[in-house]
Design a protein around this ligand. Sequence first.
Ligand code: NAP
Length: 491
Amino acid sequence: MTSQFDETSVVDAVRKDLYIDGAWRPAEGGRTFDVEDPSTGNVLCSVADASPKDGLAALDAAVAAQQSWAATPARERGEILRRSFEALMDRQDELGLLMTLEMGKPLAEAKGEIAYAAEFFRWFAEEAVRVDGGYAISADGNSRVLVMKQPVGPTLLITPWNFPMAMCTRKIGPAVAAGCTMVFKPAALTPLSALAVTEILAEAGLPPGVLNVVNTSSSGTVMEPLIRDGRARKLSFTGSTEVGRKLLEQCADKVLRTSMELGGNAPFIVFDDADLDQAVEGAMVAKMRNIGEACTAANRLYVQEGVADEFARRLAEKMSALVVGRGVDDGVTVGPLIDDRAVAKAEQVVEDAVAKGAKLVVGGKRGDGSGHFYQPTVLTDVPHDADARTTEIFGPVAPVVPFSSEDEVIKEANDTEFGLVSYLFTNDLNRALRVSERLETGMIGLNRGLVANAGAPFGGVKQSGLGREGGTVGIEEFLETKYVAIDGAKL
Ligand code: NAP
């Protein structure tokens, strides 16, 4: 798939400044940082590089706008999201190309992410008008219990580079719907999609100060003072568990509410009664979506002994048929990894597994040239002590591990500090439910390699995070519950 749009013009069309209090403005001292195309290593453009002072200006604007934004009718807030949904879909091709250029994923996947991202705006446009409360008579009949939901207040949003648009809308959507103002820091590697969606929201009528965007190359120095300031009442973060932990510590100081969407180490379990074609198709999606750079990526593929060899053979066949290259080029199905560190990690995981006795079936090499490419790779007979089973690979490497019994595989699957998603392939309904109940995980893909869905509660347990995004619970993360005790004596 090639784009009808021109690469230079889609990059040129994006505003490159900070967006604070409804105005686009350069960073303090005119500082900028470069954004690169990971498929070539070439600089695409420079964007404003916010300083701590710019960050504070953004927080001031969010705090000043909070009261009037909370008082804006829910329907109005919802309509802004609805118009933004339409605008994203109208510009899907152009924004897809922009995303491919800054992040690398193939054009078809980038366009798919624009649609997925837009869906959060449509979903939360509908949720904005459904916030309710409660009224009850107390058990002793002496009082009444009135419950109301209110916006938590100004919020801080931080997103990663791997889904440059969807991770933004998954936070901005519910914040807008709930009536919260925002200081938003997108990933330094991929700020362009975030800036494009900011412009769309502004054009859709988002009032000044509601969304303030601070791209920066110094995330820690800009965000820590805002977290410790105390005027923002919530941090919603998506990124690595390592950084999430650090931010939780900072939030403890002023007891900020937090939503934490962190790392994963998804087990992908195939029982011998599964439909093997369906399982292989599911593995291709769960492993190779987003070039393996997804928190939901299948990290360890456990396949029951009787079908493990056949599964690995079919998977290897499909993996070797993939076409690696620049995501903007026709026929390419696997783009570059985000940077050289990501390539080095894939290399290290494969070398470690092979040194410990795993078999390399396909792939196992980095690409030539200046882009950050790594071949789709299948490993079999991966031993228990291999890094591939314990670390989040975040690349196109599929370690296949045979197992014998249900108890054994559940123990293996749960033997990790992570608990974001698990995949389960079986045609036995009782087994599907039994295993689902025992897996320590926030989400399960049952005979399916994809769980992402704006209408479902996305999130993890254990060190994969706190809270949920999307679904009917998504807006709750941005709402406080207030209870009014009413004297019932004279009623
Ligand atoms: P990351 O290094 O943790 O960065 C995430 C975001 O945090 C970026 O915007 C980053 O800014 C910022 N950041 C880093 N250090 C910070 C600090 N000290 N203070 C404030 N902000 C800071 O993660 P990543 O490499 O971008 O993303 C990959 C990780 O995200 C993986 O572990 C993946 O599993 C996880 N993820 C989870 C989900 C989920 O829903 N559970 C979804 C997607 C990704 P810079 O860009 O400036 O570094």
